[in-house]
Ligand binder design. Structure first.
Ligand code: GBH
Length: 471
């Protein structure tokens, strides 16, 4: 048992979990009647992913899920967050459900509940059926309507065992990395369409939330609906007015474009400053804000690192050719702190600041679940079967402590999911970046718990013991 410092004390009913996502772990892309997704297309596009890697096999979780549930059981987590691959449920994104796809998640949910682990289900972690992309993808409203149909299918089938639903994971990535930076599927650099995507993702969240709740009501079940955002802690590079204005624009691009409609029922007031002519809003319709702004049962927050923001020239001088992320900012490096293999600065206090600030700025804030937090490390310090990932242990411990500080300051945080249970397909970075607390050998697909897994298990046990409950 590695001793890497004590675990922080969190409330007695605090939920400890682990998280994954479908395309990053499942593999078996041509099995069980699954249709292609935009990530199959994108990862098979030369030059898109580091070393040309893709999710065809990934961790082979589709076949090895009993072993992965056994790892979760031994870990002692109260909950497991996973995502459903829409193209397993509706191979072309519309029409009747594919029974084999539903059966897979049905078995997974059964294994989890049999082990006393709550399944927390994300509906969309970026694997859009390719057929829907071909019909316009998230640029068109119809995709939001199809998403609601898909949500209904899942709620009807799994809602007897699943209570907590996350409609979207990090819509910022789906909208802006996908359609403006072009570093995620579908991999384009568009202007206004990226903003239409953001809006349609929010509308789809609202439409799906209604279906999840309607299904629960009809069946006499409970449903709790949330959405997961990758909120950014943005720090001005200097105290200058220009840098502070740059932070305001970045706040809008990263945080407020989601938080304001979800929690305040309106879009940010500085859209024009942020996007100029792109922010024409023509894709918005009367009634949309009401659909988007219905009450959330919880807000999912993913946090990894803060970002420093400075005022900078636009990268595209022609406003007509600008993409939606070109808002006249740059991100200088944090000096004097450790950086992980993602080259992300490790600043745990920024996590506390983010949560406390969120709590102050949004008075009607629902309870928060930390749906992802973790660190990519080299994991080169190994003896035999052991992986001595002391940096990852320190990262998780210090970020859990940062959460505990936020709770002390009055923020209602109910749980924490470590990203990730397994090393997995890290999107544009392929398999080179490892976030797992369990090592995956991609030749043999053998799973080996790292020291951080043992540390996390001990932390969960100590938490239960300190509160006089059993893990
Ligand atoms: C989360 O994204 C995801 O939900 C999860 O699937 C992922 O594995 C995890 O974090 C770790 O990254 O350099 O321009 O290509 C966090 C946000 C967005 C961070 C994409 C990495 C790469 C941007 N991620 N980003 S770029």
């Amino acid at each position: 048992m590695p001793d890497n410092g004590p675990a922080p004390l969190l409330p007695a009913d605090f939920l400890f979990g682990a998280a994954t996502a479908s395309y990053q772990i499942e593999g078996a892309v041509n099995e069980g009647g699954r249709g292609p997704s935009i990530w199959d297309t994108y990862s098979h596009t030369p030059g898109a992913v580091l070393r040309g890697e893709n999710g065809d096999v990934a961790c082979d979780h589709y076949h090895r899920y009993p072993e992965d549930v056994a790892l979760l059981t031994e870990l002692g987590v109260g909950a497991y967050r996973f995502s459903v691959a829409w193209p397993r449920i509706q191979p072309s994104g519309t029409g009747p459900a594919n029974p084999e796809g539903l059966d897979f998640y049905d078995r997974l949910v059964d294994e989890l509940t049999a082990s006393g682990i709550e399944p927390v289900v994300t509906l969309y972690h970026w694997d859009l059926p390719q057929a829907l992309e071909d019909a316009g993808g998230w640029r068109v409203r119809a995709t939001a309507e199809r998403f609601a149909d898909y949500a209904r299918i899942l709620a009807d089938r799994l809602g007897d065992r699943v209570t907590r639903w996350i409609t979207h994971n990090e819509p910022w990535c789906a909208a802006f990395l996908g359609h403006a930076l072009g570093r995620h599927a579908p991999g384009t650099q568009e202007g206004t369409p990226a903003l239409a995507v953001a809006h349609h993702l929010l509308v789809s969240h609202g439409l799906a939330a209604r279906e999840l709740r309607a299904s629960a009501a009809e069946h006499g079940r409970a449903a709790e609906v949330g959405i997961t955002l990758n909120l950014e802690r943005l720090v001005p590079a200097t105290d200058s007015a220009a840098d502070r204005a740059a932070v305001d624009r970045a706040e809008t691009l990263h945080n407020r474009v989601w938080l304001d409609p979800l929690l305040l029922g309106r879009y940010p007031d500085n859209e024009a400053e942020t996007w100029g002519a792109l922010a024409d809003g023509s894709y918005r319709r009367d009634g949309d804000l009401e659909v988007i702004g219905q009450p959330l049962d919880f807000l999912g927050v993913n946090f990894y690192r803060p970002t420093k923001i400075a005022d900078a020239p636009h990268t595209e001088p022609d406003p007509a050719r600008r993409t939606a992320i070109d808002i006249g900012t740059s991100s200088p490096r944090f000096e004097g702190v450790r950086h992980t293999t993602m080259d992300w600065p490790v600043v745990p206090s920024a996590f506390t600041d983010l949560l406390v600030d969120l709590h102050r700025r949004y008075p009607g804030l629902p309870p928060i679940l930390i749906t992802e937090n973790g660190s990519a490390e080299e994991d080169t310090d190994r003896t035999g079967e052991r992986v001595h990932d002391t940096d990852r242990i320190a990262y998780i411990r210090d970020h859990l402590t940062a959460v505990a500080e936020a709770v002390k300051a009055g923020v209602d945080v109910r749980g924490y999911f470590v990203w990730s249970l397994l090393d997995n397909f890290e999107w544009a970075f392929g398999y080179e970046r490892r976030f797992g607390i369990v090592r995956v050998d991609y030749h043999t697909l053998t799973r080996t718990p790292k020291d951080s897994y043992h540390w996390y298990r001990e932390t969960i046990r100590e938490h239960a013991a300190a509160h006089g409950t059993t893990a």
